[in-house]
Ligand binder design. Sequence first.
Ligand code: UDP
Length: 478
Amino acid sequence: MTESTKPHVAFLPSLGVGILTPHLELAKLLVNHHGFQVTFFYITTDASPAQNNLINSADLPPDLHIVHLPPLDLSAVITLQTRVLTRFSLNVQENLPHIKTLLIQLIPKPQALIIDVFCTQALDFQESLPNVPIFTFATASAHFLAFSLFLPQLDRDVVEGQLVDLPGPVQVPGCQTIRPQDLIDQATDRNNDEYKWYLYHFKRVSKSAGIIMNTWQDLEPVTLNALREHPFYRNIHTPPIYPIGPIVKETEPITETGSECLTWLDKQPTGSVLFVSLGSRGVLSAEQQTEFAWGLELSGQRFLWVVRAPSDISSATLYNVGGVGSHVQWGLPEGFVERTRGRGMVVGPWAPQVSVLRNTSTGAFVSHCGWNSTLESVAYGLPMIAWPLYSEQRMNAAMVAEVLGVGVRMEGEGGVVGRKEIERVVRMVLEGEEGRRLRQRAIDLGESSVKALRLGGDSCLAWAALANQLNGQCNEAP
Ligand code: UDP
Protein backbone atom coordinates (compact mmCIF):
# COMPACT_ATOMS: atom_id res chain seq x y z
CA MET A 1 0.00 0.00 0.00
CA THR A 2 1.37 3.44 -0.86
CA GLU A 3 1.48 5.68 2.13
CA SER A 4 -1.28 8.23 2.13
CA THR A 5 -2.16 11.03 4.51
CA LYS A 6 -5.81 10.04 4.51
CA PRO A 7 -7.13 8.73 7.83
CA HIS A 8 -7.05 4.96 7.87
CA VAL A 9 -9.68 2.56 9.23
CA ALA A 10 -9.49 -1.24 9.23
CA PHE A 11 -12.57 -3.50 8.97
CA LEU A 12 -13.13 -7.02 10.20
CA PRO A 13 -16.55 -8.37 9.16
CA SER A 14 -17.56 -11.95 9.93
CA LEU A 15 -19.18 -14.14 7.29
CA GLY A 16 -22.45 -14.15 5.35
CA VAL A 17 -23.82 -11.87 2.64
CA GLY A 18 -26.14 -10.15 5.13
CA ILE A 19 -23.15 -9.11 7.26
CA LEU A 20 -20.60 -8.52 4.52
CA THR A 21 -22.91 -6.23 2.50
CA PRO A 22 -23.38 -3.44 5.09
CA HIS A 23 -19.69 -3.62 6.14
CA LEU A 24 -18.64 -3.14 2.55
CA GLU A 25 -21.14 -0.32 2.03
CA LEU A 26 -19.97 1.42 5.21
CA ALA A 27 -16.37 1.12 4.02
CA LYS A 28 -17.31 2.57 0.62
CA LEU A 29 -19.12 5.51 2.23
CA LEU A 30 -16.12 6.26 4.48
CA VAL A 31 -13.85 6.28 1.45
CA ASN A 32 -16.13 8.06 -1.02
CA HIS A 33 -17.74 10.66 1.23
CA HIS A 34 -15.52 11.08 4.27
CA GLY A 35 -12.00 10.94 2.83
CA PHE A 36 -10.82 7.76 4.59
CA GLN A 37 -8.70 4.93 3.30
CA VAL A 38 -9.83 1.48 4.38
CA THR A 39 -8.15 -1.88 4.86
CA PHE A 40 -10.82 -4.56 4.70
CA PHE A 41 -9.97 -8.04 5.99
CA TYR A 42 -11.88 -10.67 4.05
CA ILE A 43 -12.20 -14.18 5.46
CA THR A 44 -12.10 -16.46 2.43
CA THR A 45 -12.56 -19.75 4.27
CA ASP A 46 -16.19 -20.83 3.81
CA ALA A 47 -17.07 -17.73 1.77
CA SER A 48 -19.97 -18.31 -0.61
CA PRO A 49 -19.90 -17.38 -4.32
CA ALA A 50 -22.32 -14.51 -3.54
CA GLN A 51 -19.84 -13.11 -0.98
CA ASN A 52 -16.96 -13.45 -3.43
CA ASN A 53 -19.01 -11.60 -6.07
CA LEU A 54 -19.53 -8.71 -3.66
CA ILE A 55 -15.87 -8.51 -2.70
CA ASN A 56 -14.74 -8.69 -6.34
CA SER A 57 -17.25 -6.16 -7.63
CA ALA A 58 -15.89 -3.57 -9.99
CA ASP A 59 -17.25 -0.54 -8.13
CA LEU A 60 -14.95 -0.69 -5.10
CA PRO A 61 -13.02 2.57 -4.80
CA PRO A 62 -9.19 2.48 -5.03
CA ASP A 63 -8.78 3.54 -1.40
CA LEU A 64 -10.64 0.45 -0.23
CA HIS A 65 -7.97 -2.22 0.03
CA ILE A 66 -9.26 -5.78 0.36
CA VAL A 67 -6.94 -8.15 2.20
CA HIS A 68 -7.89 -11.73 1.29
CA LEU A 69 -7.01 -13.92 4.26
CA PRO A 70 -5.58 -17.22 3.03
CA PRO A 71 -7.99 -20.18 3.21
CA LEU A 72 -7.59 -22.37 6.29
CA ASP A 73 -8.30 -26.03 6.81
CA LEU A 74 -10.93 -25.90 9.55
CA SER A 75 -12.01 -29.53 9.34
CA ALA A 76 -10.73 -30.14 12.88
CA VAL A 77 -13.15 -27.58 14.35
CA ILE A 78 -15.98 -27.18 11.83
CA THR A 79 -18.06 -29.93 10.23
CA LEU A 80 -21.04 -29.83 7.86
CA GLN A 81 -23.25 -30.05 10.94
CA THR A 82 -21.76 -26.97 12.63
CA ARG A 83 -24.44 -24.32 12.84
CA VAL A 84 -24.17 -20.79 11.52
CA LEU A 85 -22.99 -18.64 14.42
CA THR A 86 -20.67 -21.31 15.80
CA ARG A 87 -19.22 -21.69 12.30
CA PHE A 88 -18.70 -17.93 11.91
CA SER A 89 -17.21 -17.55 15.39
CA LEU A 90 -14.78 -20.47 15.05
CA ASN A 91 -13.78 -19.32 11.59
CA VAL A 92 -12.98 -15.83 12.89
CA GLN A 93 -11.16 -17.30 15.86
CA GLU A 94 -8.90 -19.43 13.69
CA ASN A 95 -8.11 -16.45 11.44
CA LEU A 96 -7.46 -14.11 14.34
CA PRO A 97 -3.70 -14.61 14.95
CA HIS A 98 -2.99 -13.84 11.29
CA ILE A 99 -5.29 -10.81 11.29
CA LYS A 100 -3.57 -9.47 14.41
CA THR A 101 -0.13 -9.75 12.82
CA LEU A 102 -1.33 -8.00 9.67
CA LEU A 103 -3.06 -5.30 11.67
CA ILE A 104 0.03 -4.52 13.73
CA GLN A 105 2.09 -4.25 10.55
CA LEU A 106 -0.34 -1.97 8.68
CA ILE A 107 1.17 1.22 7.30
CA PRO A 108 -0.07 3.80 7.97
CA LYS A 109 -1.27 2.63 11.34
CA PRO A 110 -5.11 2.58 11.40
CA GLN A 111 -6.88 5.20 13.49
CA ALA A 112 -9.62 2.70 14.32
CA LEU A 113 -10.80 -0.85 13.77
CA ILE A 114 -14.44 -1.66 12.95
CA ILE A 115 -15.49 -5.22 13.72
CA ASP A 116 -18.72 -7.11 13.32
CA VAL A 117 -20.64 -7.87 16.54
CA PHE A 118 -19.87 -11.54 15.90
CA CYS A 119 -16.10 -10.94 15.84
CA THR A 120 -15.77 -9.74 19.43
CA GLN A 121 -12.73 -11.94 20.09
CA ALA A 122 -10.91 -9.16 18.23
CA LEU A 123 -11.69 -6.74 21.08
CA ASP A 124 -8.66 -8.34 22.77
CA PHE A 125 -6.47 -6.67 20.12
CA GLN A 126 -6.86 -3.60 22.30
CA GLU A 127 -3.98 -4.89 24.45
CA SER A 128 -1.55 -4.91 21.52
CA LEU A 129 -2.98 -1.81 19.87
CA PRO A 130 -3.81 0.46 22.82
CA ASN A 131 -4.29 3.57 20.72
CA VAL A 132 -6.56 2.03 18.13
CA PRO A 133 -10.19 2.22 19.32
CA ILE A 134 -12.32 -0.72 18.28
CA PHE A 135 -15.90 -0.05 17.18
CA THR A 136 -18.50 -2.73 16.67
CA PHE A 137 -20.90 -2.61 13.74
CA ALA A 138 -24.31 -4.07 14.65
CA THR A 139 -25.73 -4.69 11.20
CA ALA A 140 -29.22 -5.74 12.33
CA SER A 141 -31.98 -3.65 13.94
CA ALA A 142 -31.68 -1.56 17.10
CA HIS A 143 -34.33 -3.82 18.61
CA PHE A 144 -32.13 -6.84 17.99
CA LEU A 145 -29.16 -5.05 19.56
CA ALA A 146 -31.21 -4.04 22.60
CA PHE A 147 -32.44 -7.59 23.13
CA SER A 148 -28.97 -9.02 22.63
CA LEU A 149 -27.41 -6.63 25.17
CA PHE A 150 -30.16 -7.66 27.59
CA LEU A 151 -29.60 -11.38 26.99
CA PRO A 152 -26.88 -11.89 29.64
CA GLN A 153 -29.28 -10.44 32.25
CA LEU A 154 -32.19 -12.53 30.97
CA ASP A 155 -29.95 -15.57 31.08
CA ARG A 156 -29.26 -14.92 34.76
CA ASP A 157 -32.93 -14.20 35.56
CA VAL A 158 -34.34 -17.32 33.90
CA VAL A 159 -32.75 -19.93 36.09
CA GLU A 160 -34.21 -23.01 34.43
CA GLY A 161 -35.68 -24.07 31.12
CA GLN A 162 -35.63 -22.55 27.67
CA LEU A 163 -36.33 -18.91 26.84
CA VAL A 164 -38.77 -20.00 24.13
CA ASP A 165 -40.87 -21.70 26.84
CA LEU A 166 -41.31 -18.54 28.91
CA PRO A 167 -44.99 -18.06 29.80
CA GLY A 168 -45.18 -14.50 28.45
CA PRO A 169 -43.41 -12.00 26.21
CA VAL A 170 -39.83 -10.97 26.96
CA GLN A 171 -39.76 -7.39 28.25
CA VAL A 172 -36.64 -5.81 26.77
CA PRO A 173 -35.79 -2.75 28.93
CA GLY A 174 -37.47 0.36 27.53
CA CYS A 175 -38.40 -1.40 24.27
CA GLN A 176 -41.17 -3.40 22.62
CA THR A 177 -41.69 -6.87 24.01
CA ILE A 178 -40.77 -10.01 22.07
CA ARG A 179 -42.94 -13.10 21.93
CA PRO A 180 -40.84 -16.10 23.01
CA GLN A 181 -41.58 -17.84 19.70
CA ASP A 182 -40.13 -14.84 17.82
CA LEU A 183 -36.75 -14.99 19.57
CA ILE A 184 -33.64 -15.33 17.41
CA ASP A 185 -32.79 -18.95 16.52
CA GLN A 186 -29.61 -18.78 18.57
CA ALA A 187 -31.64 -18.10 21.72
CA THR A 188 -33.96 -21.07 21.31
CA ASP A 189 -31.72 -23.74 22.86
CA ARG A 190 -29.57 -22.71 25.79
CA ASN A 191 -27.62 -25.97 25.68
CA ASN A 192 -26.46 -25.45 22.13
CA ASP A 193 -23.11 -23.89 21.13
CA GLU A 194 -25.05 -21.33 19.09
CA TYR A 195 -26.48 -19.87 22.28
CA LYS A 196 -23.11 -19.93 24.03
CA TRP A 197 -21.47 -17.99 21.22
CA TYR A 198 -24.35 -15.52 21.02
CA LEU A 199 -24.09 -14.85 24.74
CA TYR A 200 -20.29 -14.64 24.54
CA HIS A 201 -20.34 -11.93 21.87
CA PHE A 202 -22.98 -9.77 23.53
CA LYS A 203 -21.31 -9.95 26.92
CA ARG A 204 -18.31 -8.34 25.21
CA VAL A 205 -19.86 -5.71 22.91
CA SER A 206 -19.84 -3.12 25.72
CA LYS A 207 -16.03 -3.18 25.65
CA SER A 208 -16.09 -1.47 22.25
CA ALA A 209 -15.50 2.25 21.77
CA GLY A 210 -18.88 2.69 20.09
CA ILE A 211 -21.62 0.78 18.29
CA ILE A 212 -22.36 1.67 14.69
CA MET A 213 -25.92 0.83 13.70
CA ASN A 214 -27.74 0.41 10.41
CA THR A 215 -30.97 2.12 11.42
CA TRP A 216 -32.23 5.65 11.91
CA GLN A 217 -33.95 7.62 14.64
CA ASP A 218 -37.43 7.78 13.08
CA LEU A 219 -37.44 4.09 12.23
CA GLU A 220 -36.78 2.88 15.77
CA PRO A 221 -37.24 5.90 18.07
CA VAL A 222 -38.29 4.01 21.21
CA THR A 223 -35.43 1.53 21.08
CA LEU A 224 -32.75 4.06 20.16
CA ASN A 225 -33.85 6.33 23.01
CA ALA A 226 -33.79 3.36 25.39
CA LEU A 227 -30.27 2.40 24.29
CA ARG A 228 -29.11 5.94 25.03
CA GLU A 229 -31.07 6.69 28.19
CA HIS A 230 -32.55 3.65 29.92
CA PRO A 231 -30.77 2.88 33.22
CA PHE A 232 -30.31 -0.75 32.21
CA TYR A 233 -28.14 0.11 29.21
CA ARG A 234 -26.28 2.72 31.22
CA ASN A 235 -25.57 0.21 33.98
CA ILE A 236 -24.04 -2.26 31.59
CA HIS A 237 -21.87 0.56 30.19
CA THR A 238 -23.30 0.53 26.68
CA PRO A 239 -20.89 2.59 24.61
CA PRO A 240 -22.07 5.52 22.45
CA ILE A 241 -24.32 4.44 19.58
CA TYR A 242 -24.14 5.79 16.04
CA PRO A 243 -27.38 5.10 14.12
CA ILE A 244 -26.18 6.18 10.67
CA GLY A 245 -28.63 4.26 8.50
CA PRO A 246 -30.04 3.28 6.28
CA ILE A 247 -26.92 1.94 4.63
CA VAL A 248 -28.35 0.24 1.57
CA LYS A 249 -26.28 -0.85 -1.39
CA GLU A 250 -26.82 1.26 -4.47
CA THR A 251 -25.06 -0.86 -7.05
CA GLU A 252 -24.52 -4.59 -7.39
CA PRO A 253 -22.94 -7.03 -9.82
CA ILE A 254 -25.47 -7.92 -12.53
CA THR A 255 -25.15 -11.28 -14.25
CA GLU A 256 -26.67 -12.21 -17.61
CA THR A 257 -29.67 -13.80 -15.84
CA GLY A 258 -30.01 -10.70 -13.68
CA SER A 259 -30.09 -8.52 -16.71
CA GLU A 260 -32.81 -10.73 -18.28
CA CYS A 261 -34.94 -10.22 -15.15
CA LEU A 262 -34.54 -6.47 -15.36
CA THR A 263 -35.41 -6.40 -19.07
CA TRP A 264 -38.55 -8.43 -18.38
CA LEU A 265 -39.43 -6.19 -15.43
CA ASP A 266 -39.11 -3.05 -17.55
CA LYS A 267 -41.95 -4.32 -19.75
CA GLN A 268 -44.46 -4.80 -16.90
CA PRO A 269 -47.00 -2.18 -15.77
CA THR A 270 -46.04 0.15 -12.91
CA GLY A 271 -46.35 -1.34 -9.44
CA SER A 272 -47.72 -4.64 -10.76
CA VAL A 273 -45.00 -7.20 -9.96
CA LEU A 274 -44.56 -9.16 -6.75
CA PHE A 275 -40.87 -9.81 -6.08
CA VAL A 276 -40.18 -12.97 -4.10
CA SER A 277 -36.71 -13.35 -2.60
CA LEU A 278 -35.79 -15.08 0.63
CA GLY A 279 -32.34 -13.67 1.29
CA SER A 280 -28.96 -15.16 0.68
CA ARG A 281 -29.73 -18.60 2.02
CA GLY A 282 -33.48 -18.94 2.49
CA VAL A 283 -35.17 -22.05 1.14
CA LEU A 284 -38.67 -23.45 1.50
CA SER A 285 -39.64 -27.02 2.25
CA ALA A 286 -40.77 -29.05 -0.77
CA GLU A 287 -44.40 -28.91 0.40
CA GLN A 288 -44.25 -25.16 1.00
CA GLN A 289 -42.61 -24.53 -2.36
CA THR A 290 -45.49 -26.31 -4.11
CA GLU A 291 -48.14 -24.43 -2.11
CA PHE A 292 -46.35 -21.17 -2.79
CA ALA A 293 -46.29 -21.78 -6.54
CA TRP A 294 -50.00 -22.64 -6.54
CA GLY A 295 -50.81 -19.55 -4.48
CA LEU A 296 -48.96 -17.33 -6.94
CA GLU A 297 -50.64 -18.95 -9.90
CA LEU A 298 -54.13 -18.71 -8.39
CA SER A 299 -53.61 -15.03 -7.51
CA GLY A 300 -53.35 -14.15 -11.20
CA GLN A 301 -50.77 -11.48 -10.28
CA ARG A 302 -47.43 -10.79 -11.96
CA PHE A 303 -44.36 -12.08 -10.12
CA LEU A 304 -40.59 -12.42 -10.23
CA TRP A 305 -39.54 -15.30 -8.01
CA VAL A 306 -35.97 -16.12 -6.97
CA VAL A 307 -36.34 -19.88 -6.65
CA ARG A 308 -33.94 -22.33 -5.03
CA ALA A 309 -34.11 -26.08 -4.73
CA PRO A 310 -36.40 -26.81 -1.75
CA SER A 311 -35.00 -28.46 1.33
CA ASP A 312 -36.67 -30.06 4.29
CA ILE A 313 -33.71 -29.10 6.48
CA SER A 314 -34.59 -25.69 7.90
CA SER A 315 -32.38 -22.81 6.75
CA ALA A 316 -32.22 -21.92 10.45
CA THR A 317 -30.12 -24.99 11.12
CA LEU A 318 -27.26 -25.07 8.71
CA TYR A 319 -25.19 -22.61 6.75
CA ASN A 320 -25.32 -24.23 3.32
CA VAL A 321 -28.69 -25.87 2.94
CA GLY A 322 -30.61 -26.56 -0.20
CA GLY A 323 -28.82 -25.89 -3.37
CA VAL A 324 -28.85 -23.94 -6.49
CA GLY A 325 -30.69 -26.67 -8.38
CA SER A 326 -31.97 -26.46 -11.88
CA HIS A 327 -35.44 -25.78 -13.24
CA VAL A 328 -36.40 -29.42 -12.83
CA GLN A 329 -35.06 -29.60 -9.28
CA TRP A 330 -36.98 -26.55 -8.13
CA GLY A 331 -39.94 -28.76 -7.33
CA LEU A 332 -42.52 -26.50 -8.98
CA PRO A 333 -45.90 -28.00 -9.90
CA GLU A 334 -46.07 -29.64 -13.31
CA GLY A 335 -46.69 -27.05 -16.01
CA PHE A 336 -46.34 -24.07 -13.60
CA VAL A 337 -43.69 -22.27 -15.64
CA GLU A 338 -45.64 -22.69 -18.90
CA ARG A 339 -48.99 -21.65 -17.42
CA THR A 340 -47.59 -18.49 -15.84
CA ARG A 341 -45.28 -17.56 -18.72
CA GLY A 342 -45.61 -13.89 -19.61
CA ARG A 343 -46.97 -12.75 -16.26
CA GLY A 344 -44.44 -14.56 -14.12
CA MET A 345 -40.73 -15.20 -14.19
CA VAL A 346 -38.71 -17.65 -12.11
CA VAL A 347 -35.02 -17.14 -11.71
CA GLY A 348 -32.47 -18.88 -9.55
CA PRO A 349 -30.61 -18.85 -7.35
CA TRP A 350 -29.91 -15.11 -7.25
CA ALA A 351 -31.38 -11.86 -8.62
CA PRO A 352 -30.05 -8.29 -8.47
CA GLN A 353 -32.35 -7.42 -5.57
CA VAL A 354 -31.87 -3.68 -5.19
CA SER A 355 -32.19 -3.15 -8.94
CA VAL A 356 -35.44 -5.10 -8.84
CA LEU A 357 -36.79 -3.25 -5.80
CA ARG A 358 -35.90 0.08 -7.36
CA ASN A 359 -37.66 -0.77 -10.63
CA THR A 360 -41.02 1.02 -10.90
CA SER A 361 -42.75 -2.17 -12.11
CA THR A 362 -42.17 -3.78 -8.71
CA GLY A 363 -45.22 -3.38 -6.48
CA ALA A 364 -44.54 -5.52 -3.39
CA PHE A 365 -41.93 -7.79 -1.88
CA VAL A 366 -42.21 -11.25 -0.32
CA SER A 367 -39.22 -11.11 1.98
CA HIS A 368 -37.69 -13.32 4.65
CA CYS A 369 -37.11 -10.04 6.52
CA GLY A 370 -33.34 -10.16 6.79
CA TRP A 371 -32.44 -6.70 8.03
CA ASN A 372 -30.80 -5.63 4.74
CA SER A 373 -33.81 -6.76 2.75
CA THR A 374 -36.14 -4.98 5.17
CA LEU A 375 -34.21 -1.71 4.84
CA GLU A 376 -33.97 -2.08 1.05
CA SER A 377 -37.74 -2.57 0.86
CA VAL A 378 -38.44 0.46 3.04
CA ALA A 379 -35.89 2.60 1.20
CA TYR A 380 -37.73 1.90 -2.07
CA GLY A 381 -41.18 2.36 -0.51
CA LEU A 382 -42.46 -1.19 -1.04
CA PRO A 383 -44.97 -3.06 1.12
CA MET A 384 -43.85 -6.47 2.31
CA ILE A 385 -45.27 -9.91 2.77
CA ALA A 386 -43.09 -10.99 5.67
CA TRP A 387 -42.00 -14.60 5.51
CA PRO A 388 -39.39 -15.05 8.26
CA LEU A 389 -37.20 -18.14 8.07
CA TYR A 390 -34.09 -17.96 10.23
CA SER A 391 -31.85 -15.89 12.48
CA GLU A 392 -33.57 -12.78 13.95
CA GLN A 393 -36.09 -12.56 11.08
CA ARG A 394 -39.15 -13.37 13.23
CA MET A 395 -38.36 -10.29 15.32
CA ASN A 396 -37.98 -8.22 12.14
CA ALA A 397 -41.22 -9.59 10.72
CA ALA A 398 -43.06 -8.64 13.91
CA MET A 399 -41.62 -5.12 13.60
CA VAL A 400 -42.57 -4.87 9.91
CA ALA A 401 -46.17 -5.94 10.53
CA GLU A 402 -46.96 -4.68 14.02
CA VAL A 403 -44.76 -1.64 14.63
CA LEU A 404 -43.88 -0.13 11.26
CA GLY A 405 -47.13 -1.16 9.55
CA VAL A 406 -45.45 -1.77 6.19
CA GLY A 407 -46.29 -5.42 5.74
CA VAL A 408 -48.35 -8.46 6.62
CA ARG A 409 -46.88 -11.51 8.23
CA MET A 410 -47.53 -15.00 6.91
CA GLU A 411 -48.14 -17.75 9.43
CA GLY A 412 -48.83 -21.33 8.54
CA GLU A 413 -50.64 -23.86 10.68
CA GLY A 414 -48.32 -26.83 11.09
CA GLY A 415 -45.59 -24.79 9.47
CA VAL A 416 -47.05 -24.73 5.94
CA VAL A 417 -49.01 -21.79 4.53
CA GLY A 418 -51.68 -23.08 2.17
CA ARG A 419 -52.18 -21.92 -1.42
CA LYS A 420 -55.54 -20.21 -0.68
CA GLU A 421 -53.98 -18.05 2.02
CA ILE A 422 -51.08 -17.15 -0.25
CA GLU A 423 -53.50 -16.26 -3.05
CA ARG A 424 -55.53 -14.06 -0.67
CA VAL A 425 -52.56 -12.19 0.77
CA VAL A 426 -50.87 -11.65 -2.60
CA ARG A 427 -54.08 -10.16 -4.03
CA MET A 428 -54.65 -8.06 -0.94
CA VAL A 429 -51.15 -6.55 -0.98
CA LEU A 430 -50.98 -5.93 -4.72
CA GLU A 431 -54.50 -4.74 -5.44
CA GLY A 432 -56.46 -4.31 -2.20
CA GLU A 433 -57.17 -1.26 -0.03
CA GLU A 434 -54.95 -2.72 2.71
CA GLY A 435 -52.13 -2.99 0.17
CA ARG A 436 -52.50 0.71 -0.70
CA ARG A 437 -52.32 1.62 2.99
CA LEU A 438 -49.18 -0.49 3.51
CA ARG A 439 -47.58 1.01 0.39
CA GLN A 440 -48.28 4.57 1.55
CA ARG A 441 -46.74 3.83 4.94
CA ALA A 442 -43.67 2.29 3.22
CA ILE A 443 -43.33 5.37 1.01
CA ASP A 444 -43.55 7.64 4.08
CA LEU A 445 -40.85 5.63 5.85
CA GLY A 446 -38.69 5.68 2.72
CA GLU A 447 -38.97 9.47 2.73
CA SER A 448 -38.04 9.62 6.40
CA SER A 449 -34.87 7.65 5.58
CA VAL A 450 -33.91 10.21 2.93
CA LYS A 451 -34.57 13.02 5.40
CA ALA A 452 -32.43 11.33 8.06
CA LEU A 453 -29.44 11.25 5.72
CA ARG A 454 -29.86 14.83 4.48
CA LEU A 455 -27.73 17.63 5.90
CA GLY A 456 -28.86 18.19 9.49
CA GLY A 457 -30.84 14.92 9.60
CA ASP A 458 -30.37 12.48 12.50
CA SER A 459 -28.27 9.97 10.57
CA CYS A 460 -26.21 12.75 8.99
CA LEU A 461 -25.39 14.08 12.49
CA ALA A 462 -24.52 10.57 13.66
CA TRP A 463 -22.25 10.21 10.61
CA ALA A 464 -20.44 13.43 11.47
CA ALA A 465 -19.89 12.30 15.06
CA LEU A 466 -18.71 8.87 13.93
CA ALA A 467 -16.31 10.26 11.31
CA ASN A 468 -14.80 12.51 13.99
CA GLN A 469 -14.39 9.62 16.40
CA LEU A 470 -12.79 7.43 13.75
CA ASN A 471 -10.48 10.29 12.98
CA GLY A 472 -9.39 10.44 16.59
CA GLN A 473 -11.26 13.67 17.40
CA CYS A 474 -13.56 13.74 20.40
CA ASN A 475 -17.17 14.54 19.72
CA GLU A 476 -20.19 13.32 21.65
CA ALA A 477 -22.48 10.88 19.84
CA PRO A 478 -25.70 12.79 18.99
N1 UDP B 1 -29.72 -10.52 -2.23
C1 UDP B 1 -29.62 -10.30 -3.59
N2 UDP B 1 -30.19 -11.22 -4.43
C2 UDP B 1 -30.82 -12.34 -4.00
C3 UDP B 1 -30.91 -12.56 -2.60
C4 UDP B 1 -30.36 -11.62 -1.74
O1 UDP B 1 -29.06 -9.30 -4.04
O2 UDP B 1 -31.30 -13.10 -4.82
C5 UDP B 1 -29.09 -9.53 -1.32
C6 UDP B 1 -30.12 -8.56 -0.74
O3 UDP B 1 -30.27 -7.44 -1.57
C7 UDP B 1 -29.51 -8.22 0.62
C8 UDP B 1 -28.67 -9.44 0.98
O4 UDP B 1 -28.52 -10.18 -0.22
O5 UDP B 1 -28.67 -7.08 0.51
C9 UDP B 1 -29.34 -10.34 1.99
O6 UDP B 1 -29.23 -9.76 3.25
P1 UDP B 1 -30.38 -9.89 4.33
O7 UDP B 1 -29.91 -9.22 5.58
O8 UDP B 1 -31.67 -9.43 3.81
O9 UDP B 1 -30.57 -11.44 4.56
P2 UDP B 1 -29.57 -12.64 4.88
O10 UDP B 1 -29.04 -13.09 3.62
O11 UDP B 1 -28.54 -12.15 5.83
O12 UDP B 1 -30.46 -13.64 5.48
